[in-house]
Design a protein around this ligand. Structure first.
Ligand code: NAD
Length: 249
């Protein structure tokens, strides 16, 4: 098993990529700590081999993050997956929507890293390695997409944060990488399609921007998550790993 003996915390684990990652990591032998703001979806996570421990957590709440970090063992892996897609051009974004996107997509990762990295450094001292994975997107500094001004800005910032963490701690056994998916079929994508003026056309357009002719599934993402959180990627740090179905060819 590729993650045997590792303790890995995954945010946004109630649904979508985070949930699939929690299940996949547990199947690879990790002890998974699954957190989400929604404890109802967390409660439906299946109890996989080594067990998935669930905790309700708002990744925007510093006090709650610190309280959880104080209760948990030192981590071998941290997957900061939580994020939100704002739909609009730079002219459409209110001050509060801009602040919310930054808060959830970027500042949450800064807080989670501040809370969990000290324990990960201790763990890396013992085992030689610990890994942080931050959720970015192909819609970031990598490529511009229409109606993604706030989102693309925040996901570009995630790449900057990722590279900074990687650079600062590369000599201390910590690796930090960013996952950059294409368009993934998840509950929130279905919500974006359903709330479009013409949902059928919206789904067609999401598929049309994927050159492989289909949306990604969450299971297209999990092999890369396992790789980046595990020792197979021990010589990989500070990278933006695209799993985009060829969008950026
Ligand atoms: P999703 O958007 O369907 O679900 C997000 C989860 O995050 C939900 O379970 C929600 O309860 C949780 N969440 C929201 N706010 C939270 C908070 N404050 N604290 C803790 N949990 C919170 O899932 P998804 O589409 O798989 O997206 C997950 C990540 O992947 C996001 O960062 C997203 O930007 C990124 N991403 C998604 C796609 C895509 O096409 N779906 C593409 C690229 C990147």
């Amino acid at each position: 098993m590729r993650l045997e003996g590792k303790t890995i915390l995954i945010s946004a684990a109630g649904q979508g990529i985070g949930r699939a990652s929690a299940i996949a990591c547990a199947r690879e032998g990790a002890k998974v700590i699954a957190v989400d703001i929604n404890d109802e979806t967390l409660a439906t996570l299946p109890a996989e081999a080594g067990g998935i421990e669930v905790h309700k957590l708002d990744v925007c709440d510093r006090a709650a993050i610190e309280a959880l970090a104080a209760k948990l063992p030192d981590l071998d892996g941290l997957f900061n997956c939580a994020g939100f897609v704002h739909n609009g051009t730079v002219l459409d974004i209110s001050e509060s929507d801009w602040a919310f996107s930054l808060e959830l997509n970027v500042t949450s990762m800064f807080r989670m890293t501040q809370a969990f990295l000290p324990g990960m450094l201790k763990q890396a001292d013992k085992t030689g390695t610990a890994a942080i994975l931050n959720m970015s997107s192909m819609a970031s500094s990598i490529k511009g997409f229409p109606m993604r001004a706030a989102y693309g800005t925040t996901k570009a910032a995630v790449i900057g944060l990722t590279k900074s963490i990687a650079a600062d701690f590369v000599g201390k056994g910590i690796r930090c990488n960013a996952l950059c998916p294409g368009t993934v079929d998840t509950p929130s994508l279905r919500g974006r399609i359903a709330s479009a003026p013409d949902p059928v056309e919206a789904e067609k357009n999401f598929i049309a921007r994927q050159p492989m002719g289909r949306l990604a599934t969450v299971d297209d993402m999990t092999p890369m998550v396992i790789y980046l959180l595990g020792d197979e990627s021990r010589y990989v740090s500070g990278q933006t790993l695209l799993v985009d179905g060829g969008v950026t060819i």
